[in-house]
Ligand binder design. Structure first.
Ligand code: IVH
Length: 623
């Protein structure tokens, strides 16, 4: 797989077009302009219509084989229809078809992954490209399936050569055959039209829900492509027009230290406001003391900052040449900037923490997390209100000193009404939301508690497994770590949290306030995502009794039938499955891993609360 030459200006593009015209020797041609997706390229090989191999670009000659992971990408067809392929090549599915494309992560998925990683205190991915490429190398295809990668296909080869006389026809063919092709490509009669396309997308790139870093321009006629040929590195018939990077330089005015709900102290750069990717940026993350030292930032420095995806801007590097000698060093604080307690930084950890659980900053962030949309969902509890609730009053006490106090606010209605920007109506709304949050359910409650390393998904897995908080509270590390997808770090963190007497007291107080501590019977965290689907079970399902499998499916709204018919959506075929499997195949119910992934996908559940641990891996599902 070759790479592309880059151009950074419309003048460069004009020069390239003139070279093409010269080398084409008078032959007429046009161009196809496509968005340059910022992901990683993948080659998909189909033999006799079946996906047999997926390989990353690697160094161009050799890449990594990632077939299992590629199969989890829903937009990659696992099997091509004979009709579609036969129509194009005349000899049916015989021979090798190669489709190349760019794997990417949709912006909202990238944000979700980073949010989860932040919650689990794992390093966040700097941009969607890194996240996509890290994901493709994952060893566990279930994690890949959960991350919802996507692909846009942009090149087609039959037995190693372009199949059609025009590139635009290849794009159409791929789309007809079920490949995902970016819909924004445009056939352009001349380079002026190409330049118009580049300008247009340079302005519209923020409208897309995936990252693009430029435009790829290709000569449309394959005959002319052949005339132009390639250098050792790149084809002469294509070029990348790169958008200006979303990096700017600005001045670092100061660093402030924010205390999070776990006590983690994060240095944040205060910047001279600067326009970047459509928004004014005045803050950037510096992560921790080690990162500040690595960058070597001084107060007053000029720095480069970058924004990729939707994440908080990052300080990339210091522009040392612009130093005047007036810059001053920063000193990471020894004490909590909010409550003054000495910070603790355990050996081998990058993060310094305030250990004072009564620290107002921790309580503030903790309450905001507890009330958050993905936790107990108390919408009326925003920053301004939380600040007032935790402020110490004349009697020396705040209105709210821990999460359980929220549930006693009804007794303090008069005090609430007197708060700034509150009135009887907004207070009653708030109290109603607090009341309703008692039934938020176990998964949300576990997430809301803010246990280190326990994100939304882990909370859902724990809730589904233990079904009530009392059982989770007494679970040992080994029992926790034995749960599929729960690692030792999470297990130890959960154990430590419940080993703390104050936390147990908090749980008691929440319970006494009427907060539900059990998995709600019915559908909480067990979404009915099999609704309307018909299943047939056959063979032995390792690790799962027939009744359990049936209950699992039915609890999600699916139906289990005894015989395979054309209405069957899924055949869950275990070991030694006999006639039902052949009957399903006869009926043309598509087979193979797609089915497994479908069911895993359901089980992994974008819908809250479904852990893949609920299905043994060995179960073969034919859909
Ligand atoms: S065509 C001979 N089309 O950009 C190379 N590439 O910098 C043919 N890319 O390695 C590549 N979007 O990973 C092509 N619409 C598009 C693309 C695209 C992204 C990537 C691809 C390639 C890299 C070159």
């Amino acid at each position: 797989m070759l790479s592309l030459d880059n151009s950074y200006s419309v003048e460069d593009l004009g020069d390239w077009a003139r070279r093409c015209e010269k080398l084409a020797g008078g032959e007429r041609f046009d161009y196809v302009a496509e968005l340059k997706i910022d992901g990683l390229s993948l080659s998909l090989i189909y033999e006799d219509g079946l996906l047999v191999r997926a390989v990353t670009r690697g160094d161009g000659m050799r890449g990594e084989v990632v077939t299992g992971n590629a199969r989890t990408i829903r937009s990659i067809p696992l099997r091509l229809s004979e009709q579609a392929v036969g129509g194009a090549r005349g000899d049916g599915l015989a021979g090798e078809i190669e489709v190349r494309g760019e794997v990417f992560l949709p912006a909202e998925v990238f944000e979700r992954i980073n949010r989860e990683r932040e919650e689990q205190e794992l390093p966040v991915f700097a941009n969607p490209r890194n996240a996509a490429s890290g994901t493709m190398r994952q060893l566990d295809p279930r994690i890949v399936a959960d991350r919802q990668l996507d692909i846009f296909c942009y090149q087609l080869l039959f037995d190693g050569v372009p199949a059609f006389g025009k590139h635009s026809r290849s794009l159409e063919w791929m789309r007809e055959c079920g490949f995902k092709v970016n819909p924004h490509y445009r056939e352009c009669q001349d380079i002026a039209a190409v330049i118009g396309y580049c300008r247009e997308w340079g302005e519209r790139r923020d409208d897309l829900n995936y990252e693009i870093d430029g435009v790829v321009v290709k000569v449309n006629q394959v005959g002319v492509q052949e005339d132009l040929g390639s250098t050792a590195k790149s084809p002469r018939w294509a070029i990348a027009y790169k958008f200006p990077a979303r990096q700017v330089s600005t001045r670092l005015l100061d660093v402030i230290y924010q205390v999070g709900r776990t006590g983690a102290v994060t240095p944040v750069a205060v910047l001279e406001p600067v326009l970047l990717g459509g928004t004014t940026v005045s803050r950037a993350s510096l992560h921790n003391d080690d990162e500040m030292k690595r960058l070597g930032v001084l107060r007053g420095d000029h720095v480069f900052i970058e924004k990729s995806g939707e994440i908080i801007p990052q300080v990339l590097k210091v522009i040392a040449e612009r130093r005047t000698g007036e810059e001053e060093p920063f000193a990471f604080p020894h004490d909590c900037p909010v409550c003054g307690t000495s910070l603790v930084r355990p050996e081998g950890e990058a993060v310094a923490r305030c250990p004072n659980r009564g620290c107002p900053a921790r309580l503030r962030e903790g309450l905001l997390h507890f009330a958050g949309r993905r936790a107990m969902r108390i919408d009326g509890l925003g920053e301004a209100l939380v600040d007032q609730l935790i402020a110490v009053r004349e009697n020396g006490l705040p209105l709210v000193g821990d999460y359980a106090d929220l549930y006693r606010l009804r007794e303090r209605r008069e005090d609430l009404i007197r708060l700034e920007r509150m009135g009887p109506k907004s207070v009653d709304n708030l109290l109603a939301q607090i009341d309703a949050s008692r039934e938020a359910g176990l998964a949300r409650l576990i997430f809301a508690l803010g246990i280190r390393h326990v994100g939304e998904r882990t909370a859902a897995i724990l809730a589904a497994h233990f079904e009530e908080i009392g059982r989770l509270a007494v679970a040992g590390v080994e029992e926790l770590a034995a749960i599929h997808e729960i690692g030792e770090v999470v297990a130890a963190s959960v154990r430590d949290w419940f080993a703390d007497e104050e936390n147990c007291l908090l749980i008691e107080r929440l319970g006494a306030a009427g907060v539900s501590m059990r998995l709600a019977s019915g559908t909480e965290s067990r979404s009915r995502n099999f609704e309307g689907q018909q299943f047939v079970l056959t063979g032995t399902l390792p690790g799962l009794k027939r009744d359990e499998a049936k209950a699992f499916i039915e609890s999600r709204g699916g139906r289990v039938n005894s015989g395979v018919s054309k209405n069957t959506n899924y055949l869950v075929a275990g070991e030694d499955s006999g006639s039902k499997l052949s009957r399903a195949r006869e009926l043309g119910i598509e087979g193979g891993e797609r089915g497994i992934n479908c069911l895993r996908q359901f089980a992994l559940g974008s819908a809250a609360g479904i852990g893949s641990h609920e299905l043994p891996e060995q179960v073969v599902v034919v859909s």
